[in-house]
Design a protein around this ligand. Structure first.
Ligand code: ATP
Length: 307
């Protein structure tokens, strides 16, 4: 006898309730982390874990469980690039010193094949870089088709630190925002998915992390006296960050605000953002441009050759 509508509904509900727990787990999604033209620091809690109600241990387990899928999707992207495809991903990491950008690279990008990752850190421009337009060094570092590019700092420094230090004419800043939006739009149109992440560490947590770097000899190498110079400008950095986020969070390349006082959450969140972007590419494995059966025959025939 055919099932009634009510029975079917009940079956579907039962199915849902008996689904294993891990399939129902809430994860930090791009929708939960996205910020736009109305961004304000007042809405930010650096210790929050939006989209995640598990603890640190559960987050580590969850991220590790994503490794296979991340790795598989990254390999598809790489294969796509090697066979003439035009897609790539660019992860832009911005944040104050100690926000944990390095940890993201180690713990999230470390889950995929390093051959497919193009990492570039942007520090104080070299004399040669200063002779060019500020986007020059950025264009040269863009991921090639098939790659995941990672910018540890980025072109955004040219509307952040340069403003705080008075290295750019304030009147020029709105034009830079427009220019960056156009630049990113072109990138997206040419096949790059851009994931922009602003990692938010609180003033107190930054203080604690800097103190640890000073108190533990094995962390001295991470300490840079310039970090304190930036710290004392904290309100200015907050102001220029907020303005940059508001002006450059576009449909094609929105900003994500990732609370970073809990390092484990920031890693989990960026892992999810990357996974979401890679899934969104919907890449199939490239089809062979040779006759597979014929090649198998040739291989079999070669087995008996003298060797
Ligand atoms: P990080 O602070 O990112 O961990 P780090 O301390 O090792 O890195 P570098 O990578 O050598 O230092 O340089 C980072 C510094 O360069 C930051 O203080 C950043 O603000 C500064 N910087 C980056 N881009 C620019 C720019 N366009 N103009 C001026 N300073 C810049």
């Amino acid at each position: 006898m055919a099932k009634s509508k009510g029975d079917k509904k009940k079956d579907a509900k039962d199915k849902k309730e008996t689904r294993p727990k891990e399939q129902r787990v809430e994860v930090p999604t791009s929708a939960a982390l996205r910020v736009g033209p109305d961004f304000s620091w007042e809405d930010v809690d650096e210790r929050a874990t939006p989209g995640w109600d598990g603890d640190k241990a559960a987050a580590a387990v969850h991220l590790a469980a994503r490794a296979d899928e991340l790795s598989d999707l990254q390999e598809r992207l790489y294969a796509h690039g090697r066979t003439g495809g035009d897609r790539s991903v660019l992860l832009v990491l911005q944040g104050m010193d100690t926000a944990g950008k390095g940890g993201i690279v180690r713990h999230v990008l470390g889950l995929v094949d390093p051959q497919g990752v193009a990492l570039r850190s942007f520090g104080v421009p070299t004399p040669e870089e200063l002779r060019h337009h500020y986007l020059w060094r950025v264009r040269r570092a863009l991921p090639r088709p098939g790659q995941i590019g990672v910018f540890d700092r980025s072109h955004y420094e040219d509307v952040l630190v340069t403003r705080v230090r008075g290295l750019v004419d304030e009147a020029e800043v709105p034009a830079r925002f427009e220019e960056i939006n156009r630049f990113e739009r072109k990138l997206v149109e040419s096949g790059t998915t851009i994931i922009k992440v602003a990692m938010a560490v609180s003033y107190d947590e930054q203080g604690a992390r800097l103190r640890e770097r000073l108190e533990r000899p094995e962390k001295h190498w991470k300490y840079n006296p310039g970090d304190i110079d930036a710290r004392v400008e904290w309100p200015e950095y907050r102001r220029v960050y907020a303005e940059a986020i508001r002006a450059t969070s576009t449909e094609h390349a929105p900003w994500h605000l990732v609370p970073a006082d809990r390092k484990w959450f920031a890693r989990l969140a960026v892992g999810e953002l990357l996974l979401e972007a890679l899934r969104g590419l919907e890449l199939a494995w490239p089809t062979a441009d040779f006759d597979v059966a014929h090649e198998l025959e040739r291989l079999s025939a070669s087995d008996d050759l003298p060797h």
